[in-house]
Design a protein around this ligand. Sequence first.
Ligand SMILES: *Cc1c(COP(=O)(O)O)cnc(C)c1O
Length: 455
Amino acid sequence: MSATSDTTETTGGPSLPQRRRLVTEIPGPRSRELMARKTAAVAAGVGSVMPVFARRAGGGVVEDVDGNSLIDFGSGIAVTSVGNSAEAVVRRATAQLEQFTHTCAMVTPYESYVEVCEELARLTPGDHRKKSILVNSGAEAVENAVKIARYHTRRQAVVVFDHGYHGRTNLTMALTAKNMPYKHGFGPFAPEVYRVPMAYPYRWPGGAENCAEEAAAQVVEQITRQVGAENTAAIVVEPILGEGGFIVPARGFLPRIAEFAREHGIVFVADEIQSGFCRTGQWFASEDEGLVPDLVTTAKGIAGGLPLAAVTGRAEIMDAAHSGGLGGTYGGNPVACAAALGAIETMRELDLPARARHIGEILLPRLAELAAKHPVIGDVRGRGAMVAVELVRPGTKEPDPAATAKVAAACHAEGLLVLTTGTYGNVVRFLPPLVIGDDLLHEGLDILDHALTTL
Ligand SMILES: *Cc1c(COP(=O)(O)O)cnc(C)c1O
């Protein structure tokens, strides 16, 4: 039964050998067996990018149950930025596990919850007085940001963007742009959600140079004419869009939207769930254009793989709701809080914002070289360790999701774990752990080059 136990090997984490190694075809026999059990026992709605089962992971590799070692360009969707089983995360979470596992922060609170909120106040943009709430998932953080903004403003409308992604709960499905797979068949969706254009330079009809100005003007016009700024509680935006295709909004667009929000008492919410915690080369992607959001939502990279998420923002907004109006049984679980403190310790100690910039300095020029060589690459974009290529039919901007799926499959077969994304399903994204070695990055890019060549 226990196809996965392997007592002869050492543990994962930072000590795992940092190399790609294929000892079976992908997937191997043990993964196939487990996949048959998964198909029988797990709901079909829970898909998997690669049909291999993990045994250990650490640094820049994931080892599967057949002993194959894959280069990790996904970080479990931007979560294990500090690496899997990072030393400080394991040390602190283990110590906490031995003390207590749960009391419920709403019953008898504990210091680590407060400490995480203090860190969030220090690390998020702006030096105003801030407070936080801790929850379990990114979607729950976004839900709470909307609750808080509505309570504070006594308004209902929420403005979101084309290509935006904010989660899979009922409200966050409404906030998310893409139908398939996130929304299809799951309606009806929450009301009072309004979608406006995103400044997507590569696809802006008026050209990339006019994108910021024209898109901002359209957003302001739509909110003013169709929603009413005075009815708008919040504008929710990802400073770099994740599931929508790693779109970097044209420079100047976000500051203009933030200014409009400020002028009209609208709560400006930066959804930094994917872009936050060092990923883009700064602690938060909002910093790049000097944005100071009223509220910031965080999750993914915050706790080295344990489930934790937060809303952090201006104290007067965060304090609007009555006592008992916010919370949840598990929100800010003590083990997850300990892990977050370990992850933040690691980010500081290893200067992971600098490390993310270094990764970008390797990835972006090499991807630009690949774009010159392979006309299927229409656009290369991103910042730090959040970068992507958009694939199109050569000579056009017509999205090519079939080529994208083929490239990803070819990479997977060679032991490179990459993820695809984008509204049109034609984006290959690179989200390596920030502790990955340069040699693995280069090797991964060589595999990608080969996959593009064999298209
Ligand atoms: C992943 C993600 C979410 C949802 O987070 P979950 O933890 O999956 O609920 C929300 N917003 C953005 C930008 C994300 O990338």
